[in-house]
Design a protein around this ligand. Sequence first.
Ligand code: NAD
Ligand code: DAU
Length: 351
Amino acid sequence: MDKKVLITGGAGFIGSHLIRLFVNKYPNYAIFNLDKLTYAGNLENLKDVENKSNYKFIKGDINDAQFVNELFLEHQFDSVIHLAAESHVDRSITDPLAFIYTNIIGTVNLLNAAKDIWNSKYEGKKFYHISTDEVYGSLAEDGFFLETTSYDPQSPYSASKASSDHFVRAYGNTYGIPVVVSNCSNNYGPNQFPEKLIPLIIHNILHNKSLPIYGDGKYTRDWLWVKDHAMAIDTIFHQGKIGETYNIGGFNEWKNIDIVLLICKLLDEKLGNPSGTSAQLITYVIDRPGHDRRYAIDASKLKNELNWTPSITFEEGIEQTISWYLDNQQWLDNVTSGDYLQYYQQQYQTK
Ligand code: NAD
Ligand code: DAU
């Protein structure tokens, strides 16, 4: 095997697309997927690659330092692509500590294990940390996040991700660990847990439930097809310069209400319902506390230096996403039981 790559959080939304890409594209890499399988981790996402000879799943918690150290000792990974995280802003508002443990301490546990095992012999080694555009804070009507934009996180989630980014860079600076960081905008596509806007709206339309819009619905996000994020990670992993940060974005800004109306229209067409049926479910609810108004990524560094651009348009991506959820309603039903039902009742009870 040419490389031993540890991917953390590989049973989650983005991680599972990345695992699939790497396992299929790099038969000469040994790919290890370390995941705790929280409510957001789902091995059903990886059924098509689970028996491949270059893939191994390891169930474990990055918060357990001893376990992480022993794992690195046993497998001698030469590369880490770190995605495992608590990833939902609303959950970070009700339970910030879970985000501090996994996103900060978990990341530092991985850095410590890599530092100890690599022991200053850094040739061929890489620690690639996957982060978010939310670390830059909130934009008004104009402007874009650049790699040089100062950090200004506004939610417990983004504060924990910002902290983890700082630790990764500090370990690069202090111990010489070869680190790379990327900060990406909102992803969408198959296998996204229906607590996030797009799958939540699709799920609720399919179940004739109200479509909750926070505040005035004019909050803006830049949406990227999840497989394009996976391809950007592949590009940065192989060609990104050590010590650098790369912004990843879809060049694709939408106000929340416009995206919800688009999904309503497309689902009415696909389900053969009269136009306007799904939109009747739209319900404006109490805003998310501290809600960031607008995110917009300038991904021109990645485009100019590493020649990456999104491979499909939003129109294609959203169509494929809706079709996937229609074809995989059993997947949706499986993940919307248990913990999620409890969370959903709590999150939306007062709105
Ligand atoms: P996700 O919530 O779908 O998946 C997270 C995965 O991490 C799950 O499989 C979960 O089981 C695992 N995990 C959580 N805690 C763990 C722990 N303590 N030990 C081991 N595994 C653990 O998240 P996602 O949306 O796929 O995001 C993946 C990464 O990308 C995160 O770091 C997130 O901050 C970042 N990111 C996400 C987006 C987005 O739009 N979803 C955008 C930019 C960056
Ligand atoms: O920008 C990247 C980030 O995008 C990632 O780092 C996070 O992991 C990911 O969860 C996502 O964060 P957001 O908070 O932007 O995503 P979410 O899907 O939760 O919300 C998108 C927008 O929709 C946001 O403005 C809040 C709004 N919203 C969300 C939900 C769940 C609603 O109006 N109603 C809802 O019910």
